[in-house]
Design a protein around this ligand. Sequence first.
Ligand code: TIU
Length: 235
Amino acid sequence: MTTKHTSGHLSLDAEPYTYEFDPAHTALVIIDMQRDFLEPGGFGEMLGNDVSQLRRTIEPNKLLLAAWRAAGLQVIHTREGHRPDLTDLPPAKKVRGRGATTIGDAGPMGRILVRGEAGHDIIPELYPLPSEPVIDKPGKGAFYATDLHSILQHAGIKHLIVTGVTTEVCVNTTVREANDRGYDCLVPEDCVGSYFPEFQEAGLKMIKAQGGIFGWVSDSAKIISALEALSSPTT
Ligand code: TIU
């Protein structure tokens, strides 16, 4: 059940307990919904991963993004990737995995995880509007070596709804970074995905364990109905 709390303040069912937020001070942060991670024939699939595990998040993210935009709230997108000259690519990251094809090499949709290449860009279903900041991040966390914290601070943001891929890698790292910087993070479980079902489950459990050690877990339908309560208050 979703309730309208007080003017501008919403609360919704979440684990480990009710999540309370003021939408005007809350950003929807969509992590790395990039073609190379999600599309058949991309880098993720080339590594042997099952992209359908991630693709099930597209529709719920579309609905949540549409509701968030309709309410006029802050949206931020991120992309994992590197400069074309790879000067921001740590050598350790370049060689990790000992793959024949690694970051910066020619891949199925251009150079892998290089800014400006087709595979690096966000999938068309969730494409950013010109007014929505896109954070290009060289790491797994969205705060490391980016201006995300400044952008959020200038916009007065205190709460983050974090969606995207992958649950245990870039979403988890970003939620941990955000938590340490004082943001209250909510993760809608249907809007985050992992190539590995066991990591999807564990990645969500880690966030909400120990009284919400890093944040809260809920789902997109609850967030959308909370927003509807905001736009049509009953009393
Ligand atoms: N965005 C993100 O999670 N990047 C990754 O590399 N994820 C993997 O699961 N490999």
